[in-house]
Design a protein around this ligand. Structure first.
Ligand SMILES: *[C@@H]1O[C@H](CO)[C@@H](O)[C@H](O)[C@H]1NC(C)=O
Ligand SMILES: *[C@@H]1O[C@H](CO)[C@@H](O)[C@H](O)[C@H]1NC(C)=O
Ligand SMILES: *[C@@H]1O[C@H](CO)[C@@H](O)[C@H](O)[C@H]1NC(C)=O
Length: 470
């Protein structure tokens, strides 16, 4: 393969997850099953495509890609059926049948959705589609040792949803996955199959980062592979508070976004037990995880790492405040991933992803706990007490007006659509502009055109508006 080669990745381990709004009937699954069977190729092994709730595989399939088991638990009983289409035509038929039966469909192309929107059914609904990122990497590795694709670290994430959202380690050199899409094939809400040529340029723009669960169901992405050396270097450096974590972090944040583009260093902040005299005392550990596109021998890596630092955005005393916040939680995790490099050179208008030049790094906040799956524990861990406090504390140090958010790290606290999916444009705009800045309105107009009935929807899907009212 040449350095600009592209590949077509067929994505047929798609899972459609359905749930019905037919409270009165218990046979909606059967009806859906019959309709899909009678309209598709009879030689296909259909029994493998449908997984009903009482099948033991149902839960394991749901859980296999679920990131947030809390969401899953709450809505497991509402998901009626998982449908794994065996060919593209079945995706089209499923859309037609679901529409006829009034079933809401949720596409689960990603599975790493923090709010579980791609595999749960709070209102009624679900569709999944896609090879995982791990499968894509494995496929590339089998064909070439010198090509890669700038996708995510979490190999169980579906590539379909990933691209519709976007982000990771090669971003400083090559931008986002969405920046390296050559073509796509999707099934739209009227069950038509569209590719780049037959869809509008607006729609092709929107599906590359506008968030999963709107616009259509991705079937195939044609991706541009990027050149990588056959040998790369990865390393992790850890520092606890006692070992000077504060100074380290301060320096990292000054440098991370303008280091050489071949070097990506992200930092993970979490709790650990102190190893000094006071054994068992809780302390913070910062772990710098790095990928260098080159070999560790020779002096290039060292040169790349010795750079001057500019003034960073978060002063040292604020870093201390972050430690305090983290120490209040049981099991917090903060991940900061740098931008810069190619991310600054790609124009904001290229794709819906708006955090380009001027964005130093992205912060991801997580917390987890083992027991207490109730409202009180949730409030304690996420709500008033810890994560939210930390989120508020960071306000002076992060991008505001609006405060930025990343659609792949979905956050329902930013606002949700009303239960029927209809939500006023101004209401939804408060969260929409956080995710997409001034690209929000264009996304809404595109979705209104391609899915006028709002067939594909979830709690934070792109709403539709009456074009005359805007
Ligand atoms: C599961 O449900 C189907 C249809 O509702 C039923 O025919 C089947 O016997 C059930 N299987 C088990 C193992 O309970
Ligand atoms: C820290 O120590 C406590 C008590 O000894 C233990 O339960 C916990 O698992 C340890 N935590 C870590 C992160 O090692
Ligand atoms: C990014 O923004 C800075 C500050 O506004 C500007 O100086 C620089 O030229 C921009 N870089 C690119 C590649 O547009």
């Amino acid at each position: 393969m040449t350095s600009s080669s592209s590949v077509i990745l067929p994505l047929f381990c798609a899972v459609l997850l359905l749930s019905a709004s037919w409270a009165a009937s218990d046979s909606i699954e059967e009806e859906f099953y019959c309709r899909v069977c009678s309209n598709t190729d009879p030689s296909l092994p259909m029994s493998e495509a449908f997984i009903i709730q009482n099948n033991s595989a149902f839960t394991s399939i749901l859980e296999s890609t679920a990131q947030n088991l809390r969401c899953l638990e709450q809505s497991r009983h509402k998901s009626k059926l998982i449908f794994k289409p065996l060919d593209e035509f079945q995706v089209q038929v499923a859309v037609i049948c679901a529409r006829k039966l009034g079933i809401q469909v949720r596409v689960c192309t990603e599975g790493h959705d923090y709010e579980g929107l791609s595999y749960t059914t709070e209102t009624k609904s679900p569709f999944q589609a896609g090879a995982t990122i791990g499968e894509v990497y494995s496929w590339i590795a089998q064909k070439s040792r010198t090509h890669g694709f700038p996708a995510g670290l979490c190999t169980n994430v579906g590539i379909g949803g990933y691209i519709m959202g976007a982000y990771r380690t090669l971003i400083r050199k090559y931008g986002l996955g969405a920046d390296n899409v050559v073509d796509a094939r999707i099934v739209d809400s009227s069950s038509r199959i569209l590719n780049r040529e037959s869809m509008s340029s607006d729609l092709f723009w929107a599906i590359r980062g506008g968030g999963g669960g709107s616009f259509g169901t991705p079937l195939v992405w044609k991706l541009r592979l990027v050149p990588v050396p056959s040998i790369v270097t990865v390393f992790t450096v850890q520092r606890t508070l006692e070992q000077g974590a504060t100074k380290f972090l301060y320096r990292w944040q000054q440098a991370a976004d303008h280091l050489d583009e071949d070097l990506f260093i992200r930092v993970l902040l979490q709790l650990t037990n102190s190893t000094d005299d006071q054994k068992g005392r809780r302390t913070i550990e910062t772990a710098y995880e790095a990928l260098f596109l080159g070999r560790a021998d020779g002096d290039r890596l060292l040169k790349v790492m010795k750079k001057d630092f500019e003034k960073g955005p978060i002063p040292e005393q604020a870093v201390e405040g972050i430690w305090k916040g983290l120490l209040k939680e049981d099991s917090p995790l903060m991940i900061r991933s740098p931008h810069g490099g190619m991310m600054s050179r790609i124009s904001e208008s290229e794709t819906p992803y708006p955090h380009r030049n001027g964005t130093k790094f992205m912060i991801q906040w997580l917390t987890s706990w083992e027991s207490g799956d109730d409202e009180e524990s949730m409030k304690e861990h996420i709500g008033q007490v810890c994560l939210l406090q930390l989120y508020k504390f960071m306000t002076p140090y992060v991008r505001m007006s609006p405060r930025a958010a990343f659609v792949d790290y979905r956050d329902l606290d930013l606002g949700v659509n009303t239960i029927d999916g209809g939500t006023s444009f101004p209401e939804a705009s408060s969260r929409g502009t956080k995710y997409f800045k001034n690209k929000w309105k264009r996304l809404v107009l595109v979705n209104t055109k391609v899915d006028p009935d709002n067939f594909l929807r979830h709690e934070q899907s792109i709403p539709i508006v009456d074009p005359l009212s805007t």
